[in-house]
Design a protein around this ligand. Structure first.
Ligand code: PRX
Length: 659
């Protein structure tokens, strides 16, 4: 776990509690604790929430859990998700803004619901003309421009399954994901903008496409318009594909359980998992939680700063907000371009009412200082949220005071790619918040904390976080690998012989005497760097792929800004000298193989890696060493010293550290 017992004691003893503001308690749509009781009968509760969605045919059965852990929600129902997200709002409020797009260079574009539907239909028609039909997979690799949500929705319009790959991933990572999903078409950009620089997305995509035989066509959004290589017959610009298409397109009817998207996430093996989400239940889940947790009102301007390349963007930039007819800000760039007040200037400019961002960003803002938020009027803000990793109480307090003006409730939302929607989070008008705690499970969600043998831990204790019953937006499977789905999430704490099925999230948590959950980080070999999940094994494989490397071990060490930082221990092939230049080369090699987010913060060369007698690398030991030594960017340690130290510690820890 990321934190030790002492940290948790500190969390518990800090004792601050913030009640919902009185005015919010009066005015919020969800303002009675009764909703938690309603959630206990979770099938009825979710069936009630399903009224938020536009169905073509209603369900015969709310939940089919006869073949666990493969759930079916709203069985028999049909819909097209874009009719909930677009058509019904176009009928009611066509001129309402769906997205205020803000480019990094200050260029803007406003898309009303009518505009958005028109664009979605044109691209849907364009994709059809390329031969994409219901059930086909479409890969999407883009920067944060309006065509990004349009691409997702265009796929959904025709029942195609999108598979978004974060634009920061490398060509190799893109190729792996395209191949796993057997995508037929790739939608990308010529270039994207990041911190004043141009990112060569199409060039990266071209490198991936050398090894992706399933791709027949590539659609290229001209974000910058600079010349990029185009392959005749395969590649077509977005403009050329859509210019003569109709702005109308009948939505394809899908069943509630038809797949909506695949999104890859890191697991404990080197191979990413294609998390599969389906349609009806997912939409119910994201629409409900988005409305409840942000106390959404028609006049609000909501802003989630995530990238659509991650699940937060799928659920809370695209599907949840659009299903609720919200007006959102869509920002292309980074928080410190052109200056460190960019977020705050956007909040002032658009009078943002809800901000949803990540703890790592909040800690960075703290480091930059209050002079940047102080430059702007942020009184429009009403609710501020966080997601992606545990937030330390100090950062939580800073966020509440400096950004939320000491008046906005902070909603710390715990969830995962696999859960589809927020699971543990305060309801801002009902749930008192404690700095550093995600509080309690949302209505309709069942959670528990269990010990190693699966026994529920009493209040005040810690253990493994499990989810105790199905929920509508839950992942349905790992694409193409249902056995791995069962093994990874449903084996460790379930008892099928007795009909007991519990989802294991991979997180450690404690619960205080009020039943509040305090998330402690991952308990598996998954690191959380700036809120991004990266598997130690993936980085190890990338390192071992380099010709100089014989063996590598990777751990996440605590870091004050990014939560965890990647620390690598590398044994070189004989005859290779460990120089600082080689450290830089290896870091770049990992960035090339996976993406910059996976570049190790430090690399230490050692003659041997510490292992148990059965040959397993003792990562816990390496973590101890890293955190005590606070290894810098390009530190090398004298081999003998490291090995000697590792050996000494290994001897004294022996039995207890054997994993
Ligand atoms: O460890 C938890 C952490 O992020 C993991 C999920 O990562 P991902 O699937 O990439 O989704 C991130 C956005 C939903 C979880 O297993 N995590 C996420 N939110 C929180 C969190 N840890 C503590 N507190 C949170 N609010």
């Amino acid at each position: 776990m990321a934190d030790d017992g002492a940290t948790i004691e500190a969390l518990f003893s800090e004792g601050r509690k913030f009640d919902p503001p009185a005015q919010l308690r009066e005015t919020a749509a969800i303002n009675s604790p009764q909703i938690y009781r309603e959630g206990e009968d979770y099938e009825t509760y979710w069936a009630t929430q399903a009224e938020r969605v536009l169905w073509r045919r209603r369900w015969d059965r709310v939940l089919d859990w006869s073949n666990p852990p493969f759930a079916k929600w709203f069985e028999g129902a049909t819909l097209n998700i874009t009719e909930s997200c677009l058509d019904r709002h176009v009928a009611a409020t066509p001129d309402k803004v769906a997205y205020h797009f803000e480019g990094e260079e200050g260029d803007t574009r406003t898309l009303t619901y009518r505009d958005l539907l028109g664009e979605v239909c044109k691209l849907a028609n364009g994709l059809s003309s390329l031969g994409v039909s219901k059930g086909d997979r479409v890969a999407i690799y883009m920067g944060m421009v309006p065509e990004f949500p349009i691409a997702l929705l265009a796929c959904a319009r025709i029942g195609a399954v999108h598979s978004v790959v974060f634009g920061g991933f490398s060509p190799d990572a893109l190729a792996d994901r395209i191949n796993d999903a057997q995508a037929k078409v790739l939608i990308t950009c010529d270039q994207s903008r990041r911190k004043g620089q141009l990112v060569e997305l199409k060039t990266f995509a071209d490198r991936a496409l050398e090894n992706t035989p399933s791709i027949e066509h590539v659609v290229v959004v001209e974000r910058t318009g600079n010349a990029v290589p185009m392959q005749t017959g395969r590649d077509i610009t977005y403009a050329a594909l859509t210019e003569n298409q109709s702005a109308e397109r009948e939505a394809t009817e899908t069943s509630s359980e038809d797949p909506l998207y695949i999104l890859y996430t890191s697991g404990t093996t080197g191979r990413p998992k294609g998390i599969l989400h389906t349609t009806g239940g997912y939409l119910v889940g994201v629409a409900t939680t988005h409305a409840q947790v942000f106390d959404l009102r028609p006049e609000d301007v909501y802003w989630c700063t995530a990238d659509i390349g991650w699940v937060t963007g799928h659920s809370y930039i695209v599907y949840g907000p659009l299903a609720n007819g919200a007006t959102s800000v869509l920002y292309e760039g980074v928080p410190d371009y052109p200056d460190k007040d960019r977020y705050w200037s956007i909040i002032e400019k658009y009078k943002v009412t809800q901000l949803y961002t990540a703890p790592t960003s909040i800690r960075t803002f703290m480091k930059w200082g209050t002079e940047f938020p102080d430059r702007h009027n942020m009184e429009s803000l009403r609710i501020i949220g966080t997601v992606g990793e545990p937030i330390n109480p100090e950062a939580w307090m800073w966020y509440r005071k400096v950004i939320g003006g000491d008046r906005c409730p902070v909603v710390d939302t715990w969830w995962q790619t696999e859960t589809g929607n927020m699971m543990i989070s305060p309801l801002p008008a009902i749930t008192a918040a404690k700095p550093g705690s995600a509080t309690i499970p949302l209505p309709g969600i069942g959670a528990d904390i269990v010990d190693d043998s699966g026994v529920s831990v009493p209040l005040g204790g810690g253990g493994y976080l499990v989810l105790t019953h199905p929920w509508p937006a839950m992942a349905r499977t790992i694409y193409g690998d249902p056995d791995r789905f069962v093994d990874t999430y449903w084996s460790r704490f379930s008892d099928p012989a007795n009909g007991l099925w519990r989802y294991f999230a991979g997180d450690g948590a404690k619960r205080d005497e009020d039943g509040y959950y305090w998330l402690l980080g991952r308990v598996d070999d998954v690191m959380n760097v700036s809120g991004h999940r990266i598997s130690t094994l993936e980085v190890e494989s990338a390192l071992v792929d380099h010709p100089s490397v014989a063996e590598a071990a990777v751990i996440g060490r605590n870091d004050p800004i990014t939560g965890q930082a990647i620390a690598a221990f590398v044994t070189l092939r004989s005859g290779i000298i460990g120089t600082e230049a080689l450290i830089l080369e290896l870091r770049d090699h990992v960035a090339d193989k996976i993406g910059k987010i996976a570049r190790p913060a430090s690399i230490v060369f050692t003659e041997e890696l510490p292992k148990t007698r059965s040959g397993k690398i003792m990562r816990r030991l390496l973590r101890d060493i890293s955190e005590q030594r606070k290894l810098g960017d390009v530190t090398t340690l004298a081999n003998a010293d490291v090995v000697q130290e590792i050996a000494d510690r290994a001897n004294s820890m022996k039995a207890s550290t054997e994993e």
